[in-house]
Structures are given as structure tokens and as C-alpha cells.
Design a protein around this ligand. Structure first.
Ligand code: GLV
Length: 354
């Protein structure tokens, strides 16, 4: 008798043609409408699942895992994975994967777009024009901050940070400073045109500061009132990483009171809710977490997540070798239909690599 096919849960509608590849190997339970899943719904969906394809909106921790005895693999569609409790997954030997690399350049593009829109008041100008104010034009209408040749600060220098640095240095002739847990090798610094700075130097010197670091307990509200006070009042702050990096009331206060010129935000602490204080400001550009949202990139992310999930379940061409694992448990025995994961390797357990 052949082994039963693994059951997988797909938490949101993604691209049907790509997710459909799972059906060649698995029983697929795919949610057909965009859904906000309460923790109890996630737990119920995982109860009989061997694997899951989830987005950043689904939080999976010890509580959800407790009710999921068969679960062996979670493929996150996203590079950040602070929605997953990696320690709890590791403790159960469950493989978790993410989707790095395929979204690097697209997300760096959006970071730069937000920087430019905030510094040059693009969306504010558009609202003004649509509001019929053009007849009030003067020579000092919508004066913004210079971008080319100015100092670009980057906090977090992973793949996306390096993409931002390349754009600033090679495209806009900017002086690029970065701060990161570890310093990049000299050759990488040279190729992206960036110089290491302390956190304080970065805050003090950046004309435009872009946040691209992973979110964790250690980086919670890293940009708080004290950090904002150390920035230039003419500076721009851009956040394309995670909302929890910024103390949003402190940011709104600084923007409202002339202590920071402008901000561009793609991520929010309580998303999809956005604080009314931010919505009320003219000098902040707000986008709904669209960093990786080009068609080609979103498709590539889903494809990588499907490849990861099949491989982590011991299926498909990469059986047992998921391309981009984030748990210490990275491999499975290549046994189609196997119900346990094998091959504990040492490795990173950090929450949320970019
Ligand atoms: C988006 O925020 C991601 O982590 O992919």
C-alpha cells in the first residue's frame, strides 16, 4: 500500500498556477479568499497538516504547534520571518524556510522610491495639485531635500541594504554610510560604495536614513524619541523592514514638530492598521507593505516557497534539501511521504533575516 500523500495548508490565495504544483505530490487545502486568520484558525488549519505555505500575516508559535502533531515544514512567503517562532519550530524539528534573494532588487527599488517621494514631497505635491491649489503656486512651493550627492545612511546591511547602497552610490553619487551587527568585508564595502559607521554617527550624519534590518526583541523601537532627536531635522527616514523598529508616536511627533523633515513608511507596527497620527501628517509617504510587490518578484517568491515546501517534505527534485531554510533543522531524509524530519544541523536561529 502506498504511503498517504502529505497534507498541506496554503494560508492565502497566491498564484494558482504555481501553488497548483503542490497538488502533484500533496493533498492541498488552499484558502480561496484573502483572510485574517485568528490564532485559533491557524491552529485548526495546522491540526492535520504535514506542511504549510504561509505569509507574514500568519503567526505561528508554540501555541499553534502544540495542536499540530504531524507538522514537518513551514514555507514562509517572505524574506523576514518574525511571524514564526523559530525556537519553537527548532524544538520540534520542524523545518522553516523563507524567500531571500528573489526580492532583493525589487525591495531596494521601493526603498529608493520612498526615499525620493518623501524627500521631494511627491505624494504631498500630488495631493496639493488634485486639491486644486496650483493657482497658489510660488517659487518656494514644495521645496524638498536634495538627494544626489547627499549622505545616505543604511541601518542593516544585508542583501537589500547593499542594493540600496549601490543605488545611492552608483546612481546618485551619494556618500553612503551603514551600520550593521557585523562589518562587511572591504571588497564588498568597495563594490557597494559604503563605509561603516557607528549607530550614533549614522544617526547624526545621514541626510536620508533607510531601515533594512531584521526585527527582533533586540531591535524593537530602535528608532525611538532619543534616536530621532539625534538625527538632522532636515533628514528623511525610510522604513521598509518592519514597523516595530520604530516608535511610531515618537516619529509622528518629530514629523509634526519640525524635528524630522519627512518619512516614507512601507511597514507599520499594527499593520494593516495605521496610526491616525501618521495618517494626518502631510510629510509622510505611506505605502501598504509593497516592498516586493512586482508581478515577477511576487511570482518568484511563491515559486521559491513551493520549492522549499516540497523539498522540506522530502518531495520533488530538491527532496530533503530545501533551497533556503532558516531553522537549524534544514534537511529531511528524501523519503516521499515520510512523516518525520531528519538531519539536525547547526545553524542560525535569528528571527527575521533580510
Ligand atoms: C516582506 O516584508 C518580506 O519580509 O518579504
Amino acid at each position: 500500500m502506498s504511503a498517504p500523500r502529505p497534507r498541506v495548508w496554503v494560508s492565502q490565495p497566491l498564484f494558482d498556477d504555481i501553488v497548483g504544483q503542490l497538488a502533484a505530490h500533496c493533498e492541498v487545502e488552499a484558502v480561496s479568499a484573502v483572510s485574517e486568520h485568528a490564532p485559533a484558525d491557524v491552529a485548526a488549519a495546522l491540526r492535520d497538516a504535514d506542511g504549510a505555505l504561509v505569509t507574514l500575516n500568519e503567526r505561528i508559535g508554540a501555541g499553534e504547534l502544540a495542536a499540530a502533531p504531524r507538522l514537518r515544514a513551514i514555507a514562509n512567503v517572505g524574506v523576514g520571518y518574525n511571524n514564526l517562532d523559530i525556537a519553537a519550530l527548532d524544538a520540534r524539528g520542524i523545518i522553516a524556510t523563507n524567500t531571500p534573494d528573489v526580492l532583493t532588487e525589487t525591495t531596494a527599488d521601493l526603498g529608493f522610491a520612498l526615499l525620493m517621494a518623501a524627500a521631494r514631497r511627491v505624494t504631498e505635491s500630488e495631493r496639493w495639485l488634485r486639491g486644486g491649489h496650483w493657482r497658489q503656486w510660488s517659487f518656494s512651493t514644495m521645496l524638498g531635500a536634495e538627494i544626489h550627492g547627499r549622505t545616505l545612511g543604511i541601518l542593516g546591511m544585508g542583501r537589500i541594504g547593499q542594493g540600496i547602497a549601490r543605488r545611492g552610490h552608483h546612481g546618485f553619487g551619494m556618500k553612503v554610510l551603514y551600520h550593521n551587527r557585523s562589518r562587511l568585508p572591504d571588497a564588498v564595502e568597495r563594490s557597494v560604495g559604503a563605509r561603516y559607521a557607528t549607530f550614533d554617527e549614522l544617526l547624526a550624519q545621514a541626510d536620508h536614513l533607510v531601515l533594512v534590518l531584521p526585527y527582533s526583541a533586540a531591535s524593537h523601537h530602535l528608532i525611538d524619541a532619543a534616536a530621532l532627536a539625534r538625527m538632522k531635522p532636515t533628514a528623511t527616514l525610510v522604513n521598509i523592514a518592519r514597523g516595530g523598529l520604530v516608535d511610531e508616536p515618537a516619529l509622528a511627533d518629530a514629523l509634526a514638530n519640525g524635528r524630522l523633515a519627512a518619512a516614507g513608511l512601507d511597514v507599520y507596527e499594527g499593520e494593516p492598521a495605521v496610526r491616525p497620527e501618521l495618517l494626518a501628517l502631510r510629510n509622510v509617504v505611506l505605502t501598504p507593505h509593497i516592498g516586493s510587490a512586482s508581478l515577477a518578484t511576487r511570482r518568484a517568491m511563491v515559486q521559491l516557497a513551493v520549492d522549499n515546501l516540497l523539498a522540506a517534505l522530502g518531495l520533488g527534485p530538491d527532496a530533503g534539501r530545501p533551497p533556503t531554510p532558516v531553522t537549524a533543522t534544514k534537511t529531511t531524509a528524501a523519503r516521499p511521504g515520510a512523516t518525520d524530519a531528519a538531519g539536525i544541523a547547526t545553524g542560525k536561529t535569528a528571527a527575521g533575516k533580510r
